[in-house]
Design a protein around this ligand. Structure first.
Ligand SMILES: [Mg+2]
Ligand SMILES: [Zn+2]
Length: 233
């Protein structure tokens, strides 16, 4: 298949779901478990107006673990889509990974290519929606999101929920770090010339040891440091 010409390809803002769009919760399984952060709709609408596709990419290992099924997930995502639509935000797609190597459902207990930090969900979205990954962004609250975005060729912004240690290597290092999702949207808007300057040099308090430069890029491999906190959804 021939890739669409760059000037015709869409740009995307890829968004993690849990902890990035909605308040973090342990294995949310019902629609009402997904509660949008306040104040994120205006930023999302700005990207939508600027022609960015809004694409959610989410690990849902709860399916492999047997905590809930595809039907429950579809109901949750209908709820999420409707909650955003009420605020004028239209999601272009939601892609999820139902797998986990330790899953209880044999067919889903695999080492797949779509569970973040692998970039499979973003690559699939790019194929199906004609997205130019190099002009797209990934926003997420853990370094596995960042690694997936970087691997796919996107720029990345980490939403600091206080869970992530300083990145252990360049592929896990975000281009920017944000205080929260509203700030993350402002950062991307500022870098893209869609919004005013904002704090681009924010770092999580635990990272402020001079080993990440002002553009928040890793200045040296940090392999001897403890890496990110690995979490399992
Ligand atoms: Mg998350
Ligand atoms: Zn998967």
């Amino acid at each position: 298949m021939t890739a669409p010409a760059a000037h015709l390809a869409a740009r995307a803002l890829f968004l993690d779901r849990d902890g990035t769009l909605v308040h973090p919760r342990h294995y949310p399984a019902r629609p009402r478990d997904l509660v949008l952060y306040d104040g994120i709709a205006p930023g999302l609408r700005l990207f939508q107006r600027a022609g960015f596709r809004l694409v959610v990419v989410t690990n849902q290992a709860g399916i492999a673990r047997g905590y809930f099924g595809e039907a429950e997930l579809a109901a949750m995502h209908a709820h999420l889509t409707a909650a955003l639509a009420r605020q004028g935000v239209r999601l272009d797609a939601i892609y999820h990974c139902p797998h986990h190597p330790d899953g209880a459902i044999p067919a889903l207990a695999i080492r797949c290519e779509c569970r973040k930090p692998a970039p499979g969900l973003l690559l699939r979205a790019a194929r199906e929606l004609g997205i130019d990954l190099a002009r797209s962004w990934m926003a997420g609250d853990i370094l596995d999101d960042i690694e997936a975005g970087n691997h796919a060729g996107c720029r990345s912004v980490l939403v600091d929920l206080g869970t992530e240690g300083i990145p252990s290597a360049a592929p896990r290092t975000p281009a920017y770090v944000a205080r929260d999702t509203v700030h993350a949207l402002r950062i991307v808007a500022a870098v893209e010339g869609l919004g005013p300057e904002t704090g681009l040099s924010y770092l999580p308090p635990s990272w402020r040891d001079g080993r990440v430069d002002h553009a928040n890029r890793c200045v040296e491999p940090l392999g001897t440091r403890q890496g990110a906190t690995r979490r399992t959804p």
